[in-house]
Design a protein around this ligand. Structure first.
Ligand code: 26W
Length: 810
């Protein structure tokens, strides 16, 4: 296809304005412009998509189906223009037409169909799957409301609905011809026909699944994939019988019930709640997806017997775990094959990625709910559970505790992780440490029985978005120093070339200038969004991620209070100006997390208004942290806080974004920080705290946070200050109580007090290093140079090699 020039792009946008909005470029609003630009790119991508699909069909390639309840896509206009290689002509055309490109890009709402790490990972992977020319499709739900918008009112989080489809539907193409029907409830009837047992589900409720597709462009390729988002519709607009009896509200109930399924994304991150609507969402999504995959497969091959050779279904955590019984159901009940054949196909098609070891995040669905909502699925799960248990009993010669650990159904609950282990071909963790914990701890018994299933694929991020696109200054420097744009496709070999400039003062100075310019840009953004005046000469020290106790935002707060109290004691203290930035959404029902947000705001209020802190210390809580904010913040950050209790953060991906943009990490040996440390060494990051084993040992031998509190005077003072609160008069005794004595949970469950002294020490080392700007920039350069292993292209190549066994573009 011909590449757009400024002129042809302008023409294409004008045509769209005329044809779709009935306006000229003079009359067009910024919103019109955004949609017209999106449509121009969408047309091009759709044309490429038709060709890609044909190629894949002709070559009969194995397809990857990436199923995730979340895809945190963020914005697409700049990303698609970038990947299609038309960002420059598009910007020029927009400008030519009398608009500001940045303002048009800023109009686009984030597609916030996810909570945090897991959802953003899925989005990054779509980019790499496409760039590596793997035939793939993502599947999820077309939530009407994405992750809530966070407002801070009087220091507290308020949640507002995120109606993203109002503006953000420009990328979606409805495909009513691919509709699927999903069944809930009803009863089962069994009958024999010769030697074949038929099972019929009767009296069920129908819900229609209508796909809305988003086309995905790759970088430097015409290969195109898509993300299929299922919308839920009722097959009957209204019950005319009830309507005619004057039961108007009741007449619309079934429709409302169906459509509730795709209404809203559950905002809990790392916390399971057994809500029936959530199970409906999961089955709706799973059933529609599996039906559509099997239908396409039969269209192409006329049989299901080679299904597993031509398809692989990767499931993002256990949320889509029902694919296993659902695929079994379709193969047996619809395609009419035997249990054994169906099982062979299923276990060779499905692979499961685990993203968390927190007990409260593991899904366990009550038998009762499963049985009434999904009677046939329940039956199949029972049979899977029975056979798996027989295998375990045989292997472990009846060892009760092992059989219990591995059980798919136990104590009236279906354990989704065990279902995935039993019914999948692979189980992978998302960092080396995390995969080891799965093998040696969480899934130890299953791993001993089937060790070959357990794999590791360390997470990665889309470095074209998270570096090249959002940090053009750094991108040009990298291109200049590494000799071109090779790093965009081969970061693992190209970026290390930067290492040899560590002694080049000029290069280091330029790195510093780029960072400073990005800090100014972020300061401008923060001023516009929230009215904050950031000190751009200060260290930008950042912790952004979901709010969770295990991520230990509170530990960061403790360290800041310590610094503040020192400054109060000695206003002349020699302190390089320091600006602490927080951004985090708390799950609406997570009271402790919400208290921590409020505490950060109380502290910010105190510090920012205390004259002693002027030009020295600042604290800000950034409202509504989201993908598009991260895109301005990452390039501007200097310190990356990755301070979770060792063993708790499966991988982290924010840590990788910071590293790639040259921030230095203060972190524990947790998740992917471990692999970061392997490439950087002690000298290029600030490591602190207990290691995974030490955390366990300390727990087992009786951890006593109160003793630490009584013996460490500065710690004592910090916690007392938190109890007492700040000038707004709000006390936080509850948080301190929780640390010292626990409340329904163990005292200081995440061992903040144990790590506090070593954390403060790491902060001191970091601040001392910052004074030596040459040294700092050297370290920053090494971080960028060695961040190539964290590119999503590498992760996807690993999946392709070790789990999917599919070829890809090298
Ligand atoms: C059922 C409730 C629920 C919802 C979301 C449970 C668990 C989740 C996710 C698995 C939580 C999550 O996003 N985990 C994060 O996944 C990232 C991508 O692999 C990792 O980098 C993070 O360490 C992990 O916390």
């Amino acid at each position: 296809m011909e590449k757009y020039t400024k002129e042809s792009m302008r023409q294409a946008i004008c045509d769209k304005l005329r044809l779709n909005f009935g306006c000229t470029e003079e009359e067009a609003t910024e919103a019109n412009m955004l949609k017209a630009c999106a449509m121009v790119l969408r047309d091009r991508m759709n044309a490429q998509y038709v060709d890609s699909r044909q190629k894949v069909r002709k070559k009969q390639l194995r397809r990857v189906h990436y199923m995730s309840m979340e895809f945190l896509m963020g914005r697409s206009l700049m990303k698609n223009a970038y990947n299609l290689g038309v960002l420059e002509p598009m910007k020029a055309a927009i400008e030519d037409m009398g608009f500001k490109p940045a303002r048009i890009f800023d109009m686009e709402p984030d597609a916030g169909l996810g909570n945090g790490g897991l959802g953003r990972l899925a989005a990054c992977y779509l980019d790499s799957l496409t760039t590596l020319e793997i035939p793939a499709r993502g599947y999820s739900i077309c939530y009407e409301l994405g992750i809530f918008k966070q407002k801070i009112v009087d220091g507290q989080q308020i949640e507002l609905p995120d109606n993203w489809l109002d503006q953000g539907d420009a990328w979606l193409v409805p495909k009513p011809e691919d509709v699927e029907e999903v069944h809930f409830g009803g009863t089962l009837r069994e009958f024999w026909d010769g030697d074949h047992l038929h099972i019929i589900n009767e009296g069920y409720t129908r819900v229609l699944a209508v796909p809305c597709d988003m086309t995905i462009a790759g970088y430097e390729t015409s290969h195109t994939n898509s993300l299929r988002l299922w919308d839920a519709k009722s097959p009957t607009p209204i019950d005319m019988g009830l309507f005619n009896q004057g039961e108007y509200v009741k007449a619309g109930e079934e429709k409302a019930m169906s459509e509730a399924i795709a209404k809203v994304l559950y905002p809990e991150d790392n916390h399971y709640e057994g809500k029936s609507l959530r199970l409906r969402q999961q089955y709706f999504f799973v059933s529609a997806t599996v039906q559509s995959i099997v239908r396409k497969h039969i269209q192409n091959y006329g049989t299901v017997t080679n299904f597993h050779e031509k398809n692989v279904i990767q499931i993002n955590d256990t949320h889509p775990a029902l694919v296993i019984p659902e695929l079994m159901r379709i193969l047996m009940d619809d395609a009419g094959i035997s249990w054994d054949e169906a099982w062979h196909i299923t276990v060779n098609s499905v692979a499961y990625t685990n993203h968390t070891v927190l007990a409260e995040a593991l899904e366990r669905w009550p038998q009762q709910l499963m049985q009434t909502l999904l009677p046939r699925i329940w039956q199949i799960i029972c049979e899977i559970a029975r056979r798996w248990q027989a295998k375990a009993t045989d292997f472990y010669r009846g060892d009760e505790s092992k059989i219990k650990n591995m059980a798919v159904i136990w104590d009236g609950e279906v354990r989704m992780a065990n279902l995935c282990i039993a019914g999948g071909m692979a189980v992978n963790g998302v960092s080396a440490l995390h995969s080891d914990i799965l093998r040696n701890d969480v899934f130890k018994d299953a791993c001993r029985m089937e060790p070959e299933k357990f794999k590791n694929v360390t997470n990665g991020i889309d470095h074209r978005r998270w570096l090249a696109e959002i940090n053009p200054g750094l991108d040009s420097l990298i291109c200049e120093l590494t000799g071109g744009t090779d790093y965009l496709r081969h970061p693992g070999t190209a970026l290390p070339k930067l290492d040899k400039f560590a002694g080049d003062k000029q290069v280091l100075a330029r790195l510093g200038e780029i960072k400073h310019a990005n800090k100014l840009a972020f300061a401008k953004f923060a001023k516009k969004e929230q009215g904050f005046i950031l000190n751009t000469d200060a260290i930008f020290d950042v912790q952004v991620k979901r709010l969770h106790e295990y991520k230990r935002q509170l530990l960061n707060v403790m360290q800041i209070i310590n610094l503040y109290l020192q400054l109060r004691d000695n206003p002349n203290m020699d302190l390089h100006p320091h600006t602490f930035l927080f951004g985090a959404k708390a799950a609406p029902g997570y009271a402790v997390a919400k208290r921590i947000i409020r505490l950060i705001n109380s502290l910010a209020d105190q510090i920012n208004s205390d004259p002693i802190c002027k030009d020295k210390l600042q604290v800000f809580f950034l409202e509504n942290y989201r993908v598009s904010m991260a895109e301005v913040l990452m390039p501007a950050s200097e310190v990356s806080q990755q301070i979770s209790t060792a063993g708790k953060e499966a991988s982290g991906t924010g840590n990788m974004k910071f590293m790639m943009n040259g921030a230095l990490t203060i972190g524990t040996l947790d998740g992917a920080n471990v692999e970061m440390h392997q490439v950087l060494g002690d000298e290029n990051m600030f490591l602190f705290g207990l290691k995974t084993e030490e955390v366990k040992e300390m727990r087992d031998t009786g951890y006593n946070p109160y003793r630490l509190y009584s013996r460490d005077a500065t710690l004592h003072r910090v916690l007392d200050q938190i109890s007492q609160g700040f000038k707004d008069g709000i006390r936080y005794d509850d948080l301190v109580e929780r640390l010292l004595f626990g409340s329904g949970s163990p005292a200081d469950e995440y061992m903040l007090l144990a790590d506090y002294p070593s954390y403060c020490d790491a902060e001191r080392r970091m601040m001392a290093t910052y004074r030596d700007s040459v040294k700092w920039n050297q370290m920053s350069l090494h971080n960028i140079a060695r961040s190539g292993i964290f590119a999503a292209d590498r992760s996807i190549a690993d999946y392709a090699d070790t789990i999917w066994h599919v070829p890809y573009k090298k």
